[in-house]
Design a binder for this molecule. Structure first.
Ligand SMILES: [Zn+2]
Length: 371
């Protein structure tokens, strides 16, 4: 059944009504053509929601999300939350890491197919998503699925994996991670070869959860820019012995600047604290975002833009990855963050870079570098 067109609201009237709105300037333009959104790190439908009825596809389309790195934690079944953070609580059986990742990725691929979402595999796919499609970049959080064997990478690339975060929360043969005592001195030999392999196969390297020595080593090896998809930046570096998980997960400004100098991008997460720190004072930073505080998230993004430059900051929400400690938990919330950036009177080009273009740029570069 189709609603009858009321008298006087014909096609011509609707078109005519749109024209004066354009003359109203940025506000009207914003209402009519929302800036695309890219999220460098999201677990939407994978941890807290049930995938089938998560509403992910509808949310992506409704909020004009062009690109989402849909990240499957490769160690999900082997970690647990504790009062001070997340830790490994059991050893994986041989083969179980690979089969878990394979099975869950198959479910993710089925969801994309059922909902007609584009799987981003090429630079042309990135362009199509910026132009209007909703695209999903299949991403891993950790490379435990390799089971220590580089030659297992092709199987997952063939399934569409294009965004590879090297480490997460469990002991692994690839490299150290921010939340546990180091044992590799950064990346292992395998980890260094993995960076090269990702370059060669056109897969984006994600340094999130990697400590300083791994960042330096990866930056020396990689032929293309990389991302640190989610986390935050302060004057000083976090330590594995930090009092809380979020403190361990912080980059120093110096480290973040190195990633930027390599052409890369640092994603700021949507983490929130029940009792956030004081307002941002340079040199005395605390994470200042409280639960549901989309304006606070935007304020932290603006601060990081000031520190790193507009070409090197992006959104990496970590939706469903931060438990109940979220400032954003769906893409209507992320839309509010982008609108808050616009309300800060940042230049439109700056908002666009942070909202989607920076991730699109590094992703396209990594994809194009593959043989
Ligand atoms: Zn993470």
């Amino acid at each position: 059944m189709t609603m009858p067109t009321p008298p006087g609201i014909g096609r011509r009237t609707l078109l005519g009504a749109a024209l004066p709105a354009l003359a109203l300037g940025p506000f009207a333009a914003r209402a009519q053509a929302p800036v695309p959104i890219a999220d460098m790190h999201s677990h939407y439908g994978l941890i807290n929601r049930t995938l089938r009825d998560s509403g992910l596809a509808e949310d992506l389309r409704a909020q004009r999300v062009a690109l989402v790195a849909w990240s499957l934690p490769s160690d999900l079944r082997w970690i647990r939350a504790t009062p001070s953070g997340i830790e490994q609580f059991r050893e994986p059986e041989p083969g179980s890491l690979s089969s878990f990742f394979l099975q869950t990725m198959s479910r993710m691929r089925a969801y994309l197919a059922e909902n007609g979402l584009k799987t981003v595999l090429t630079g042309a796919d990135v362009d199509a998503c910026i132009a209007g499609d909703a695209g999903v970049v299949l991403a891993s959080e950790g490379t435990d699925f390799l089971e220590g064997r580089l030659d297992n990478l092709d199987k997952f690339r063939d399934l569409g994996l294009r965004h590879v975060q090297l480490v997460h929360y469990i002991r692994n043969p690839v490299g150290d991670f921010q939340t546990a005592p180091p044992s590799h001195g950064g990346l292992s030999e395998l980890g260094k070869q993995l960076v090269q392999a990702c370059n060669a196969k056109g897969m984006l390297v994600d340094l999130a959860h990697s400590p300083g020595p791994s960042l330096d080593q990866a930056l020396a090896i990689s032929k293309v820019p990389m991302v640190f998809s989610h986390g935050w930046v302060d004057r000083s570096e976090g330590s594995w012995s930090g009092a809380a998980g979020y403190l361990r997960r912080r980059l120093s400004l110096e480290q973040a600047k190195k990633i930027a100098a390599g052409g890369g991008v640092v994603g700021l997460w949507g983490f929130a604290l029940g009792s956030p720190g004081p307002s941002r004072t340079p040199g005395r930073g605390n994470w200042t975002v409280s639960r549901g505080d989309t304006r606070g998230y935007a304020r932290e993004l603006a601060n990081l833009i000031g520190w790193l430059g507009a070409d090197h900051v992006a959104i990496g929400t970590d939706i469903e990855g931060v438990g109940s400690s979220w400032s954003v938990n769906d893409y209507s919330h992320v839309r509010k963050v982008v609108e808050a950036l616009q309300d800060m009177k940042l230049p439109g080009s700056v908002v666009e870079k942070v909202a989607f273009a920076n991730y699109a740029r590094v992703l396209k570069t990594a994809l194009a570098a593959g043989r």
